[in-house]
Ligand binder design. Structure first.
Ligand code: SF4
Ligand code: SF4
Ligand code: SF4
Length: 295
């Protein structure tokens, strides 16, 4: 009789394991569905098939990439960055002449047009961060798809708080540049916006790579210079997706602080943790925590 019981209990145990395995992938599925809702809504509202294809592609890459990441594939984040980043940089920017940089956002905003860069900013950088925080910075940005291959994944020096004001300087400069060009009613502004996109990106790569080597920190450009963080930081404070810390399990080994590329004080649970709005959801900290306090 005992033997019978043992034989019967095996399939019953397998079910919860299968369910747990599936549950791990729910955020990836939700992310894909979120992008599908945006894709279908914009396709129907704007009557333009491009939006369906564009957001389905990006959502598909993000869903697949985050699922690979959850499955423990180390290349997953690079895969998403390259798939989404190069599509936006090369196809949308260089081939289709859409300026998706912050200058393009100002340009479309002042024209009162809700397309291309204004939609991109609304989804990825202004309202999206309420759900997925700075997921854009961890998985899709075409600037760091290059910077993340540099040798300083973990910052080798303490954060330079005094340099953070530079992001506001960059933000104001981009706003002043586009509003100035529009006020003087310069001819061929569309063409100029395209060249601003090319020059702006080359400049960002030069500054990003230079700063990474000087400060020994791949993400130095993100921390000090990137103007987009002026939008990203306040919105991601309220992010639904975030790394939680069960402080009762923390043994203060500081491993998480050492591996974090963004200097987040992740061994605190509070949203007010130091540099909390810098988190790019890379989950390097959760992999290294010896007590599984981070999840
Ligand atoms: S901070 Fe700026 S450069 Fe860095 S990943 Fe985010 S958007 Fe890209
Ligand atoms: S290591 Fe952790 S706290 Fe730091 S950016 Fe990545 S997920 Fe956020
Ligand atoms: S790695 Fe884990 S145990 Fe160590 S300080 Fe961070 S949260 Fe605490």
């Amino acid at each position: 009789m005992n033997k019978d019981k043992r034989v019967q209990s095996k399939p019953a145990q397998k079910e919860p394991i299968k369910r747990n395995k599936f549950r791990k992938y729910v955020p990836s599925i939700l992310l894909f569905l979120l992008f599908e809702i945006v894709a279908v809504t914009l396709w129907l509202v704007k009557k333009n098939l491009f939006y369906l294809l564009n957001f389905s592609y990006i959502g598909g890459c993000l869903g697949l990439g985050t699922a690979l990441f959850t499955a423990g594939k180390r290349y997953a984040r690079h895969f998403i960055q390259l798939a989404v980043g190069s599509y936006m940089l090369l196809y949308l920017g260089v081939i289709s002449h859409e300026n998706m940089q912050i200058e393009g956002f100002w340009y479309y905003l002042f024209l009162g047009v809700f397309e291309a860069a204004t939609i991109h900013y609304a989804v990825a950088k202004i309202f999206g961060p309420l759900f997925f925080g700075r997921g854009w910075c961890g998985y899709a940005c075409w600037t760091v798809m290059v910077l993340d291959f540099l040798p300083y994944k973990q910052p080798q020096n303490p954060r330079k708080e005094k340099l953070c004001f530079l992001r506001y300087v960059m933000f104001i400069l981009s706003l002043a540049l586009v509003s100035g060009l529009m006020l003087i009613k310069i001819a061929n502004l569309e063409q100029i916006m395209f060249w601003l996109f090319i020059v702006g990106n080359v400049l960002y790569y030069i500054l990003g790579i230079g700063l990474a080597f000087v400060l020994k920190d791949n993400r130095a450009f993100c921390k000090y210079l990137c103007p987009v963080t002026v939008f990203l930081k306040p919105m991601s404070y309220f992010s639904f997706l975030r790394v939680h810390c069960d402080e009762s399990k923390c043994i203060h080994c500081d491993k998480c602080l050492r591996v974090c590329p963004m200097n987040v004080e992740v061994n605190k649970e509070s949203r007010k943790r130091k540099n909390g709005t810098e988190c790019i959801l890379c989950y390097e900290c959760t992999k290294d925590c010896p007590t599984k306090a981070l999840h």
